[in-house]
Ligand binder design. Structure first.
Ligand code: G4P
Length: 565
């Protein structure tokens, strides 16, 4: 399609969109930053709104029983707000106990991410995992080093750690002056000015706090004891650090780094500014048969998350749908590519910062919630008729495993049916490991197991119990040829299983076993992700499995496929 064929209003509206998520380890300050971003974005009027929701989400939510019991959210909600002429979509990545495969999947629906690092703790486990998922699509990352109002680690050491552990170049944009009680603010290396930190200030007024120029005598007056070190540090870091390069940032290879203190509203505005100025608008996506451009007039997109049990009586579900091209219009008819049938989009919501409203208009980059009764699964594509199938919404290799069996052996069929349907929906991954009546379940977060037990009980009337297993990791397999497949299966029979789509999976009891097996079978592909609905024909090369790379990375990383544009 040539560019002039793109509707002008759509080109304009898409260019205004910024869709991102915040990634962090629990307690680094994601909730606080979310709240402050919404506050500065004018989406909420009062601090405490998001925080209150974090601690008592059950009060406003009508979702699942388990959520009510635990008072936590099992949903990844979406918050939309306008900022400086842009429409910003902030997608929540469930952390803490509600960390699940959904957390990973949310990252397939964003165009950028803000990574929050606790400056006292540095790079933590969950951040490493989430960043790895971002890398699958080379998502641009903005880094916020938080909690400078505390005694924290040296900024240079923090940057070195981020670069070494996360394997991403850091380009500091602001540089902290002091820390803890002696935190004086940050020096903006690009704007050549100091942003002064005043603890406890609710809403920073740009005028009163900005001191332009490193040589400004105001600095000598304000910080007579520290000004020498301040100038020396800034000169040093200017000379020694990597300069910011927009192209490298957009390629996911370099991260601009901001220092601040979320709780004190300090450094938050700079993050918002970076999002609207530097983060990309919606990008073209691999639609299977062709690349889909966001400003194309024809509507398309994919489901990246299913929220079940909004209303138990009706068994309805909300499909979180990322619009990839065109414009949603109320009541429009769409084509459901997987089942090859038409579907009317009647009951569709947009998620504002504080509420769900009926969606009137949504364009590429926006997330809409489509009510349905089970027709939609994760990874499904909707179009205005074209047979597309968006790529890059994978299953992620589970990290936790349980064997599920019915308490009443006569209920084995119901259990199988329930697990099959919940597996299709994406609530849990189900494997057949040939262990009698028990089915092997895999999850990324332990809450997924709890939800499944609850849902099996309420929706399928079957009481399931879990047994532990000694599985450390699962990897999808691809083989170079039939002989390799037979040889591998013969030697590793006790460690093999099949997923719901009959794809072969290797189950490793520990890290060393996985490493060793990969070394023994260098031509066999061990994969940490698999596209939804993809059948690999016994893991042998075919058109369907061509998307698998056979490239080998470390045990933790595994190869990546179909994700990078
Ligand atoms: P999370 O969503 O990533 O889990 O983190 P959250 O924002 O809930 O923050 C975790 C804790 O860190 C909270 O303290 C929060 O107040 C604190 N925090 C966030 N940003 C900053 C900061 O810039 N400086 C300092 N000193 N602390 C910060 P809490 O004690 O767990 O909760 P609360 O009692 O303060 O609400």
């Amino acid at each position: 399609m040539n560019a002039s064929a793109f509707p002008a209003d759509l080109v304009r509206d898409v260019a205004r969109r910024r869709t991102f998520a915040i990634i962090s380890h629990p307690d680094a300050g994601k909730t606080t930053l979310t709240e402050k971003l919404l506050l500065f974005g004018g989406a909420i009027q009062m601090a405490g709104t998001v925080k209150a929701r974090k601690s008592s989400r059950h009060a406003t939510s009508d979702w699942m029983e388990v959520e009510k019991q635990r008072g936590i959210s099992v949903t990844s909600s979406v918050m939309q707000f306008d900022y400086l002429g842009h429409t910003v979509n902030l997608l929540d990545t469930p952390g803490h106990e509600d960390f699940s495969e959904d957390t990973y999947r949310v990252l397939t629906a964003v165009d950028a991410a803000v990574m929050v690092i606790d400056a006292a703790k540095g790079v933590e486990a969950q951040t490493i995992k989430l960043l790895e998922v971002c890398r699958l699509r080379a998502t641009p990352i903005i880094t916020f080093v938080n909690k400078l109002d505390r005694e924290v680690r040296e900024p240079v050491a923090l940057l070195e750690e981020i670069e070494a552990v996360l394997n991403i170049d850091c380009a500091p944009i602001t540089w902290p002056i002091g820390m803890g009680k002696a935190f004086r603010g940050v020096f903006h290396l690009l704007h050549d000015r100091l942003l002064r930190f005043t603890p406890g200030e609710e809403r920073r007024s740009a005028d009163s706090e900005v001191i332009a120029g490193l040589a400004n005598p105001q600095l000598d007056r304000l910080f007579p004891d520290e000004v020498g070190a301040l100038r020396r540090d800034v000169e040093l870091i200017r000379g020694a650090s990597t300069p910011f390069d927009l192209d490298l940032f957009l390629a996911g290879e370099q991260s601009p780094v901001f220092f601040g203190s979320g709780i004190n509203n300090f450094g938050v505005q700079e993050i918002l500014q970076a999002l609207v100025e530097w983060a990309p608008p919606p990008q073209p996506r691999d639609g299977g048969s062709r690349v889909v451009r966001p400003a194309e007039g024809s509507f398309s997109g994919f489901v990246f998350k299913i929220q079940a049990n909004m209303d138990l009586k009706h068994r309805d579900r909300i499909a979180f749908f990322r619009v990839c091209s065109g414009r949603y219009q109320p009541g429009m008819k769409v084509h459901h590519a997987r089942i090859g049938r038409g579907m009317k989009l009647g009951n569709v919501h947009t998620f504002m910062a504080n509420e769900r409203v009926k969606s009137e208009d949504a364009v590429a980059g926006d997330i809409i919630g489509i009510h349905n009764h089970g027709q939609l699964q994760i990874g499904d594509t909707l179009t205005e008729g074209e047979a597309l199938g968006f790529k890059g919404i994978p299953y992620f290799a589970p990290e936790l495993f349980r064997l599920a069996r019915p308490r009443d052996p006569f209920k084995a069929k119901q259990l199988q049916k329930g697990l099959r349907e919940l597996g299709e929906e994406g609530a849990i991954q189900v494997f057949d490991s040939g262990s009698g009546n028990a089915l092997l379940l895999g999850a990324v977060g332990s809450l997924q197991f709890e939800i499944v037990v609850q849902r099996l009980q309420s929706e399928y009337k079957v009481d399931a119990v879990y047994d532990t297993t000694n599985i450390f990791a699962a990897r999808w397999l691809t083989f170079p040829d039939e002989a390799a497949r037979r040889g591998f299966e013969k030697e590793n029979a006790p460690n093999l299983a099949r997923d719901v789509d009959d794809n072969p999976v290797y189950l490793a009891p520990n890290k060393y076993n996985l490493q060793l097996t990969m070394e023994r079978w260098p031509k066999v592909g061990f994969h940490t992700t698999r596209e939804h609905g993809q059948r690999l024909a016994h893991g042998l090369p075919s058109e369907a499995s061509a998307a698998f790379e056979t490239g080998r990375r470390s045990v933790e990383q595994g190869p990546v496929y179909g994700m990078r544009p």
